[in-house]
Design a protein around this ligand. Structure first.
Ligand code: WTA
Length: 655
């Protein structure tokens, strides 16, 4: 029982969920013929989607040029993303339509119309040009969820300057690393951001980052939190000083379909994050088509809310580009879900009559913990569809979401995808798919996916292994920025001719996909990817640490926590104070999301005779399982010792 909901009983009753008749009748997709049509000729299918959802200045000569693993989509075509997201809607009479009901954490509210977004985007475009940004230059964006965010991103696309958005929760070090890798010329940031009533000091972090990021020539600063910040003469410019007096017209560049659109960094299995490169035409087709099909979007009726942060790919694809390209009305909320109280999201959903809500399992589990009373205070009867993304959703959370938030009537689309895939790859279509709580169901029309074993052999239904994608798709990453070899090695070398996402997956007897989590050293903490190696590097960077090994500990509810095993130098003692200091150190090096939930000091780490740390055993220890095979261990006693220490620390960890 979680509050008044009997989950076990519901799970028993809700083995499957069929779309309600009314939903099916009115759905964007109400017949499964779309799968056969897409499979018969996937290039033709995507070309059809490209015609339906995107306006092109110049049509393509060839739909796909595939020199595996390098793809070009809509070859020869020209378009502009901001034109598609703004101008054409205004031109067809939708200027006064609300693009975003924006709400700040302190309670301030704004209605951002398509006309306002277009004008502001043009003004920002002109301001960026004045600051020296030219087509092809990279612009870094380190902003919270402020009203200026979408105009800044769209302005970059208007002038053909690829952006790289850095999550506002990342540290100065993480910011400078990304700026340097992208060689960004201009940074757009704010004085600060609101988070749980406190100020995240964005400008201060940016100043720190820029000491080690020499490519930045100008910094454009949005005023949000209004505390004093230092402005460097000749480098820093207030947004309100140069944007409002720019012209509200700026011709959109006619860009090649393969022109770089943005770089977004994501953790891989080494310390250095990978710059995932997306390009213009294919990406826009992918996000617009999936947003329309999977969220069953009725442009003039729905109020759509993706409660993610634009610092992650979900925000790029399903807060900004997909919804705007489709002319949707969205909700954008700046802050935390428990300010001023734990019913903030439900209060917002009620006031704007949200019809579609898209959030992450980690958030759903938090709402479950808080209990149903916060939800019951509000009328959520406008909701008709729910979505989930970021990590496997445990069936208990699925059922709670469907029953308590969705009133038992809303389908839930569990959507599997990655920064690299750009758009949703595995998901139900809500008007036709019979749902099973905890399963992302089937590949999206046009997407080829399979489950294979170590040798790359397809596994029959009922089997488990690795998920692979078997065909190119329009919104696929084009490369790792500046590092084609890493692109080939990471994604295309494990299985010949197949894209390897790094996730384990099983398929049931009916062919439903059930995701099992990552199979590499990448953890998924509250829906965010962090590599064990990044956290280890941050720890050994501390003067007291000799060596460390980090593992992700997955609990009953599938939530993953960071557990660090640390050996200290010489005669340093591992006390409570040092433990807190190390946590803070990781937070400072990477960001708060990477702070270990548990740190265990140990004399030694379990290693093979060749000196390789045996993480498998550490994971067993962290998750409280009996130890697996220990015969290859060089130092047998050490695991016992670590296990005792871990048991002693259990219960003392950070929430
Ligand atoms: C995980 C987020 C199971 C997966 C869009 C993937 C999921 C990684 C799901 C990508 C889901 C995302 N079910 N696992 N519905 N959605 N994942 O790049 O491990 O931040 O590889 O993209 O999140 O995380 P990323």
């Amino acid at each position: 029982m979680t509050d008044q909901v009997d989950i076990a009983n519901l799970l028993e009753e809700l083995r499957t969920f069929e779309p309600p008749d009314e939903f099916r009748r009115n759905a964007v997709v109400s017949s499964d013929a779309i799968y056969d049509e897409a499979d018969a000729d996937y290039e033709a299918f995507w070309a059809g989607q490209a015609e339906a959802h995107v306006s092109w200045f110049k049509k393509w000569d060839t739909v796909l040029e595939w020199n595996a693993p390098f793809a070009k989509w809509f070859v020869g075509a020209e378009l502009n993303v901001s034109y598609n997201c703004l101008d054409r809607h205004v031109e067809s009479g939708y200027g006064d339509k609300v693009a975003y009901f924006w709400e700040g954490e302190p309670g301030d509210k704004k209605e951002l119309t398509y006309k306002w977004l277009l004008d502001e985007t043009c003004r920002v475009s002109n301001a960026l040009k004045e600051l020296g940004v030219r087509k092809g230059d990279r612009v870094a964006i380190y902003l919270g969820m402020v009203p200026e965010l979408a105009p800044v991103m769209l302005a970059c696309t208007r002038i053909g300057a690829p952006h790289t958005v850095v999550f506002a929760g990342f540290s100065a070090d993480s910011l400078s690393g990304r700026i340097n890798d992208a060689s960004a010329k201009v940074l757009v940031t704010a004085d600060g951001g609101w988070r749980r009533g406190a100020i995240v000091p964005l400008k201060e972090n940016a100043d720190e980052a820029l000491k080690a990021a020499p490519t930045i020539e100008k910094v454009l600063v949005v005023r949000r939190t209004e505390q004093d910040v230092s402005m460097q003469d000749g480098r820093d410019v207030w947004y309100h000083d140069i944007v409002p007096n720019q012209s509200a017209t700026c011709e959109p560049e006619h860009l090649d379909a393969e022109h770089p659109l943005y770089i977004l960094y994501t953790s891989g299995t080494t310390a250095k994050p990978k710059g995932i490169l997306h390009t213009t035409g294919g990406y826009l087709v992918g996000v617009a088509a999936t947003h329309h099909l999977i969220f069953d979007l009725k442009r003039n009726e729905d109020v759509y809310w993706c409660a993610a942060d634009a610092g992650w790919v979900t925000g790029h694809s399903y807060i900004v580009y997909g919804p705007l390209c489709n002319g949707a009305t969205s909700i954008m909320y700046e802050g935390a879900p428990d300010v001023p109280d734990k019913d903030r999201l439900w209060d917002i959903a009620e006031r704007y009559k949200a019809t579609i809500l898209y959030t992450a399992p980690t958030a759903i589990r938090t709402f479950m913990k808080w209990g149903t009373s916060f939800v019951e205070k509000h009328d959520l009867s406008a909701l008709r569809l729910l979505g989930s993304v970021g990590e496997p959703i445990n069936p208990e959370a699925w059922v709670w979401y469907q029953q308590v938030i969705g009133g038992g009537r809303c389908p839930v689309v569990d959507t599997w995808w990655q920064t690299e895939t750009g758009a949703i790859m595995i998901s139900p279509l809500p008007g036709i798919t019979k749902l099973k709580p905890g399963s992302a169901t089937f590949p999206v029309p046009g997407i080829g996916a399979d489950v294979v074993n170590d040798k790359g052999e397809s596994q029959p239904f009922g089997g488990a292994g690795y998920i692979v994608l078997t065909r190119p798709w329009p919104s696929m990453l084009r490369t790792v920025y500046g590092d084609d070899q890493r692109y080939i090695d990471t994604y295309w070398s494990k299985f010949e001719g197949k894209y390897f996402p790094g996730d384990g997956c099983k398929r049931d007897e009916e062919g439903y996909f059930w995701f099992l989590g990552r199979v590499d050293d990448v953890m998924n903490v509250a829906g965010h990817r962090i590599s064990t190696y990044e956290v280890e590097s941050a720890l050994v960077d501390h003067e007291t640490v000799a060596e460390s090994a980090v593992v992700g500990r997955v609990g009953q509810d599938k939530a993953e926590n960071i557990v660090a095993f640390v050996t200290l130098k010489g005669d340093v003692t591992g006390d409570e104070a040092l433990l807190q200091e190390l946590r803070e150190h990781v937070s400072k090096k990477i960001g708060k999301i990477a702070r270990p939930a548990m740190i265990i000091f140990t004399e030694d780490l379990p290693k093979t005779r060749s000196g390789k740390i045996m993480r498998r055993l550490l994971r067993d220890v962290a998750e409280g399982r009996p130890l697996g095979d220990v015969t290859t261990l060089a130092n047998e006693n050490v695991v016992e010792e670590i296990r005792d220490k871990a048991a002693a620390r259990a219960g003392k960890e950070e929430d």
